[in-house]
Design a protein around this ligand. Structure first.
Ligand SMILES: Nc1ncnc2c1ncn2[C@@H]1O[C@H](COP(=O)(O)OP(=O)(O)OP(=O)(O)O)[C@@H](O)[C@H]1O
Ligand SMILES: [Mg+2]
Length: 453
């Protein structure tokens, strides 16, 4: 792009200086032009893009160099400006810098020094461009088809989505329930060349084996009792587009064989039919299970797995990307306040802390549901910590240590709840007891037991 070129405009009313500078700077710029007056300079400036303007401050004109600097920066603030001052006029140099000049050169001109300054201006410009690029990338990366996430892990997911979406590669999406696997599958479709064709999702976990074959491959009229008419299956419906096989690891072993055969042969027949059909689909699958274990214990065929898992995309659970939680909360708040016609609510810092610290076994879906419930049920415009569902308030901060016994974990939770309630009530015991719904005596007893003094 032309804006990547480094173009320099030299403004001086002395022809000697113009030509001297122009000669001296050959090689330091991609393009060098000169102007003998501010008017000429502004004229050129409005026609062409210059990244650096070198201007004499004392010009024989109705406009002095400082005014020119201001005008240039007013028109294009990202322009680098270097002013040329007469020897010893520090005040003018200071004034020029205040007006926004990047640097100044004193006369008599030392060409080596000028070249150095131009090089610096060029580096400065390149940094600016690079920054802008990164910022654009970030702005785009923060969200892809409504998937929110700025943490490094989600950035990585977005990167993979962009990389593979346009390819025909078979993708398998791994992630706990509610992490956004279907969103990712849709994003892959939306960003692909197939986006104008259908995206067909089929949940293999919810499908009885008897129905699955007909669901995937369709059936002919009369293929089985109840088959009143011919019905195309998902493979046919998704022709030209994307077939999303959700919860693919839930399939019975017979269905796995059927699916594998179709994926390998790229052709199939409807149940009860003879015709060999072909469908051009891109297959994306998803699972919330650890496939390694399923393969180890023989529940899932490894040959099917290798066929589906050509490009794996892993979505981390929400508790491993807590930095995204505030953003998600804001996103869902806005969404549900809008949808339920409620004025937008604020989240008090202590409530946000609890939300961020929660364990979220149901991941983003659970968070989304919690926010919707709050929007619908709360009348106030601020969400406080004790408005949150009790399971969040208790779980917050509690880490899962699988080795502890149930009573240990209950005690740990109780201790944390009491200590949080104490802190929230400024260590006022009556208030704390009331908040917790226990007597002051019980509170004293428990505080003693847990050493909370
Ligand atoms: N990063 C995200 N940004 C915005 N919304 C999200 C994000 N992740 C998930 N959601 C929302 O959370 C809900 C669950 O997402 P989705 O259905 O894609 O999860 P899933 O991984 O397919 O879950 P399951 O395994 O239970 O099917 C959806 O409403 C989805 O829009
Ligand atoms: Mg899903």
């Amino acid at each position: 792009m032309s804006s990547d070129l480094f173009r320099v405009l030299i403004v001086d009313d002395e022809p000697n200086i113009r030509s001297g500078l122009a000669k001296g700077l050959v090689g330091a710029a991609d393009l060098l032009e000169t102007a003998g007056s501010p008017d000429e300079a502004l004229d050129k400036f409005s026609k062409d893009l210059y990244q650096l303007v070198i201007a004499d401050v004392r010009l024989n004109s109705n406009m002095d160099g400082i005014q020119l600097v201001r005008e240039i920066l007013h028109r294009r603030p990202q322009t680098a400006v270097i002013v040329i001052t007469a020897h010893g006029t520090v005040e003018t140099a200071v004034e020029a810098m205040r007006a926004g000049a990047l640097d100044f050169i004193s006369k008599p001109l030392d060409l080596n020094l000028v070249r150095q300054q131009v090089r610096k201006a060029r580096e400065h410009y390149q940094l600016l461009i690079e920054n802008q690029r990164l910022r654009n990338q970030l702005a785009n990366a923060g969200e892809i088809s409504n998937i929110i996430g700025t943490c490094a892990a989600m950035q990585d997911v977005f990167h993979q989505i962009r990389q593979v979406a346009v390819t025909e590669a078979t993708v398998m999406i791994h992630g706990e329930s509610g992490t956004g696997k279907e969103l990712v599958a849709r994003a892959l479709h939306d960003l692909s060349d197939r986006s104008a064709a259908p995206f067909v999702a089929v949940n293999l976990g919810a499908m009885p084996e008897a129905l699955l074959e007909s669901e995937l491959f369709g059936h002919e009229k009369g293929a089985f009792s109840g088959a009143m008419r011919q019905k195309p299956g998902c493979f046919e419906q998704a022709h030209g587009g994307t077939l999303f096989l959700d919860e693919v690891t839930e399939m019975s072993s017979k269905s796995q064989v059927d699916l594998l055969r179709v994926l390998e042969a790229r052709q199939f027949t409807r149940v009860g039919g003879e015709d060999i059909l072909q469908s051009d689909v891109r297959v994306i699958s998803a699972t919330n299970k650890s496939v390694d274990e399923l393969i180890d214990d023989g529940t899932f065929r490894d040959d099917l797995f290798y066929r589906l898992n050509v490009i794996p995309i892993h979505i981390p659970p929400l508790r491993q990307r807590r930095e995204d939680i505030p953003l998600l909360v804001e996103h869902f708040l806005q969404h549900f306040c809008d949808r339920h016609h409620r004025p937008i609510k604020q989240v008090a810092p202590e409530a946000m802390q609890i939300l961020v610290a929660s364990h979220w076994p149901g991941n983003v879906r659970q968070l989304r549901n919690v926010v919707e419930r709050l929007v619908v049920t709360l009348t106030g415009d601020v969400i406080h910590g004790d408005d949150l569902p009790p399971e969040l308030q208790m779980r917050a901060g509690a880490t899962v240590a699988p080795a502890v016994t149930l009573s240990q974990s209950v005690e740990e939770c109780e201790r944390e709840t009491i200590s949080a309630a104490l802190a929230a009530s400024d260590f006022h015991r009556e208030k704390t007891a009331k908040r917790l719904g226990i007597s002051v005596r019980t509170l004293h007893y428990k505080m003693g037991r847990y050493g909370l003094h």
